[in-house]
Design a protein around this ligand. Structure first.
Ligand code: NBP
Length: 480
């Protein structure tokens, strides 16, 4: 009998997803470009796991029940196109291909359209949670060819993480058309960059307070019992508690962070749409700055900071507020971006459902995603997360500690770009009249870009001959 599903790409994600599928009673035909990997993997499976090795793509395709469901978990980028190119002549119209890798959403858009020309239904699906998630239940974000969804829904929801009061709500639902599934995964990853930076800054500030990694491990463990409960806070506590030869392991790890690009893609998309994804932008920048290890060492000997120690009045509870307020700000920005992408691409994203899908199985899983899901369930067209009464109260309360932390850190020369960015966004967002009047006047001065006036209706544009030397031409009426 043919296998229920096929999976190509047996690196860490592929192998674990196969075992997850097998545990849920699905028979899986597997293929990997390097055959020895297929053989050694299948040799590790048990008799009750129906995993079938294939050594050629033709054999693989023949082994899967029709309409075929084929999951790809190969390296994102050209490898996905290479596999699709080899597969397309072997598949039949109606077959379904699911790319579960971290593909760029614009590549997914192209693949959905390209494969539709062959009658093949393509789903681009973010899969989050790393190795552990793939094995025991990831958050799965599928989007693309919607006619394929009824054929894969039960399977994907069976292997997904479960959340909710009864732990029975799958962290997997249909996201939308085109590249929307991979887009939502990309935003998840961008937010993940932000969350990690926010926690790294807490570590730096707590260290400046004189707290040892072991003491901080306890603080993070305590934070994990309350409103900051999250996977990343939990593992940070474990990381800070880890020792090697009796000393904290964190102290010997080089402070240079790597990245694979999904944070950068998020920032690029935010820039393209004109959305202020400021905290994630800082988080990506902070990783970039961290990579200049030798240059920073030279700069540390040349460039002076304040000699003041961190204000002793700052407490770990203030830092907890800073973490919470910065996270709320970052998610508010992330959901602004999602809402805009949804409108401009006509994806009709369900923001409550997306928040709910991130409650378990993925790296950013956290108690407060429940609060975000509630906010968008109560008001699907909520203009901004900070306008939801729960989050208005939450940020009004936590912004006090955030401000205290930023002031103390700045005075002591401790870099906290994510906190400073969160506070700047918060203050900018709540400032009804800011300073852009001057920017617009400058633009009009040097480029006749015109301005609107507060004493005239919006949409009426004025130009002033500021230096008395210009004419009446406006930017729209001349070519520079
Ligand atoms: P990798 O991203 O390291 O990819 C390795 C797999 O791609 C191997 O099976 C390899 O086959 C195959 N492959 C390559 Br490379 N080029 C190929 C080609 N031209 N034709 C066919 N196969 C090719 O594996 P991974 O870490 O398991 O990740 C898989 C996907 O899931 C990626 O998109 C990744 O970004 C995403 N993801 C990973 C994680 C994680 O924690 N690792 C988490 C979430 C998402 P070979 O054995 O013959 O070299």
């Amino acid at each position: 009998m043919a296998a229920d599903v096929g999976l190509i790409g047996l690196a860490v994600m592929g192998q674990n997803l196969v075992l997850n599928l097998a545990d849920h009673g699905y028979s899986v035909a597997v293929y990997n470009r390097t055959t020895s990997t297929t053989e050694s993997f299948v040799a590790t499976t048990t008799a009750d796991q129906d995993v079938r090795a294939t050594t050629t793509l033709a054999e693989f395709v023949d082994s899967v029940e029709r309409p075929r469901r084929v999951i790809l978990l190969v390296k994102a980028g050209p490898a996905v196109d290479a596999v699709i190119e080899d597969l397309v002549g072997l598949l039949d119209a109606g077959d379904i291909v699911i790319d579960g890798g971290n593909s760029l959403y614009t590549d997914t858009e192209r693949r959905v359209e390209g494969l539709a020309d062959h009658g093949i239904r393509f789903i681009g699906s973010g899969v989050s949670g790393g190795e552990e998630g793939a094995r025991h239940g990831p958050s799965i974000m599928p989007g693309g060819s919607e006619e394929a969804w009824p054929h894969v829904r039960d399977m994907l929801q069976a292997i997904a993480a479960k959340a909710g009061p009864a732990d029975d709500e799958p962290c997997c639902d249909w996201i939308g058309p085109g590249g929307s599934g991979h887009y939502v995964k990309m935003i998840h990853n961008g937010i993940e960059y932000g969350d990690m930076q926010v926690l790294a800054e807490a570590y730096l500030v707590l260290t400046a307070m004189g707290l040892s990694p072991a003491a901080q491990a306890e603080i993070f463990a305590e934070w994990n019992q309350g409103r900051l409960q999250s996977y990343l806070v939990e593992i940070t506590s474990g990381i800070l508690a880890a020792t090697e030869d009796g000393s904290a392991l964190i102290d010997v790890i080089l402070d240079a962070a790597g990245q694979k690009g999904t944070g950068k893609w998020t920032v690029i998309s935010a820039m393209e749409l004109g959305q202020p994804m400021m905290l994630v932008t800082e988080a990506v920048g902070a990783r970039m700055l961290s990579s200049f290890v030798d240059t920073r060492a030279r700069a540390s000997a040349l460039l002076q900071g304040p000699s003041t120690a961190l204000d002793p009045a700052l407490t770990p509870s203030d830092v907890a507020d800073a973490v919470y307020a910065a996270k709320i700000t970052s998610y508010a920005q992330g959901f602004m971006l999602l809402a805009d992408a949804s409108n401009s691409r006509e994806w009709d994203l369900d923001l409550a459902s997306i928040a709910a899908m991130w409650r378990a199985g993925c790296i950013i899983r956290a108690a407060f995603l429940d609060d975000i899901a509630h906010a968008y369930r109560d008001a699907p067209l909520l203009e901004n997360l900070l306008f939801d009464h729960f989050f208005t109260d939450a940020i009004n309360g936590a912004a006090v500690g955030l401000r205290k932390t930023v002031v103390a850190a700045a005075a002591a020369g401790v870099p906290v770009p994510a906190y400073a960015s969160a506070l700047t966004f918060y203050d900018g967002f709540r400032t009804a009249r800011g300073s852009a009047n001057l920017i617009q006047a400058q633009r009009d001065y040097f480029g006749a870009h015109t301005y609107e006036r507060i004493d005239k209706p919006r949409g009426e544009w004025f130009h002033t001959d500021w230096a008395g030397t210009g004419g009446t031409a406006r930017s729209g009426s001349y070519s520079a």
